[in-house]
Write a protein that binds this ligand. Structure first.
Ligand code: UD1
Length: 420
């Protein structure tokens, strides 16, 4: 199995180009199920989760050609409506075919995603909302069996919790439904906004884009006229590279980003003593004279993203003082803490709150990646650790980071992918 070997304490500098956002690309690939024509999607990140989603669409009957982070996809040929356990178990985001398949075909079966490394992660809110739109849903043999023989109906949906993929599923379902759907307490993440904008460009009337109340006028089951488009930049990848600049205390620039999407993250760097300079499409982090501790509470956009929590914990391990991180979204998202402790970090966990007392020096060790973002925290820690760190189970990292070791090497890191 591949692992990463990092020799710490190298100086990083330069600029890194940020790839397309995995979490925007996944629902948008799902949305092609609603299209009456083939289309080209650009800036598609070359990461395992995207390849898995493409494989799922192909299993359903879609065809595509993929070259240079651009996919030409024809989902009009889809003739199967079952997302099997084999594929859903490898990627929870497969649930994103549920809304569009049900809306287009009036029936589908999607394996129920189980729990995952970061918590229980139920999909009850997706199912409840679809039922409110007239779907009949049963759980049988581990599968969600959904039917809406006469099509889905517009409804007033109030989400009890803000859910990103839940909002996306219902937005896609509503786009093809009969009548108007209002979603209250919808997610406002940039990835949700792009989905709405692309559907709008495809002829769907959507009001309230970027707010927590969306009104979507359904097309009466008519397939949409989807145009070619480009995926927005990955704000989490951008944030992670800025963390590489922060933890090594070097100047580093991320390019091809939307700086506005990074606001909550950039404020935290400033609170830690780093200077940030930004244009619309680049952000540069400058070294701090003293890396200060930080207090973070993860929350929905535009608040601080849970997907950046592990990376900031890595920086906090070497900050000058005590940092507190409160993880509000997922109940079990501190697994990177025990691996960071193996590198010498001083972290205590009490429920959803981590207390990190900064130390002078982390030390290289053999550590294990446990989920996607936890893995990047270990890479960050390894960049400043004394000696060599070997990070195992990096298939987690490959799910969401495009060419991580190439990008970090180009910035000056000593990082190699090895087999063993
Ligand atoms: C998405 C992102 C993930 C990010 C997360 C939170 C994708 C593919 N994944 O995951 O990277 O960490 O948003 O920003 O975009 N919940 C329920 N019932 C449901 C749905 C959610 O109780 O039916 C709970 C979850 O357990 C969690 C919270 O709601 O506590 C938010 O989860 P949600 O926004 O749904 O996360 P995902 O969409 O799975």
């Amino acid at each position: 199995m591949d692992y990463l070997q990092i020799i710490g304490k190298q100086t990083l500098n330069g600029a890194v180009k940020i790839s397309g956002a995995k979490n925007a690309a996944l629902p948008l690939l799902g949305a092609t199920i609603l299209s009456k024509n083939s289309l080209t999607i650009s800036n598609l990140p070359n990461v395992v989760d995207i390849n898995t989603f493409l494989k799922l669409l192909k299993m359903l009957g879609a065809t595509y050609t993929l070259e240079n982070e651009q996919v030409n996809i024809d989902s009009t040929t889809i003739n199967k409506t079952k997302a099997t356990y084999e594929i859903v178990k490898t990627m929870r985001a497969s649930i994103l075919v549920l809304g569009p398949l049900l809306a287009r075909f009036g029936h589908c079966e999607v394996s129920l995603p189980g729990g995952c490394a970061i918590g229980q992660r139920p999909v009850d809110l997706h199912l409840k909302a679809l039922e409110e739109m007239g779907a009949i849903i049963e759980i049988k043999n581990g599968y969600i069996e959904a039917k809406a023989p006469y099509g889905l109906k517009g409804a007033k949906i109030i989400f009890d919790k803000v859910t990103v993929t839940g909002s996306e599923n219902i937005i896609m379902a509503a786009a093809l439904a009969h009548g108007t759907t209002t979603i209250i307490n919808a997610a406002k993440e940039p990835e949700v906004v792009q989905l709405c904008e692309i559907l709008q460009d495809s002829g769907v009337e959507i009001n309230g884009i970027g707010t927590n109340t969306l009104t979507i006028k359904g097309s009466d089951q008519k397939l949409l006229d989807m145009k070619n488009f480009t995926i927005i930049p990955d704000r989490i990848e951008a944030g992670t590279y800025l963390c590489a600049g922060a933890i090594t205390n070097n100047k580093l620039t991320v390019t091809d980003v939307i700086a506005d999407h990074l606001s909550a993250i950039l404020i935290k760097f400033e609170q830690m003593g780093f200077t940030i300079k930004q244009t619309n499409s680049t952000v540069t982090i400058y070294p701090a004279s003293d890396i200060k501790p930080v207090n973070i509470i993860t929350t929905e956009y535009p608040g601080f993203p849970t997907d950046m929590q592990a990376q900031f914990m890595a920086i906090a391990t070497i900050a000058n003082g005590v940092s507190i991180i409160d993880e509000k979204l997922f109940e079990n998202r501190f697994m990177h803490a025990s691996e960071l402790i193996r590198m010498g970090a001083n972290i205590t966990i009490n429920g959803t709150v981590a207390t990190i007392t900064g130390i002078n020096q982390l030390y290289g060790a053999d550590v294990m990646a446990t989920d996607l973002r936890a893995s990047s925290a270990l890479v960050l820690a390894a960049l400043v650790a004394k000696d060599t760190t070997n990070i195992h189970r990096i298939y987690h990292l490959d799910r969401g980071y495009n060419q991580l070791e190439v990008k970090l090497s180009n910035l000056g890191a000593n990082i190699k992918r090895l087999k063993g």
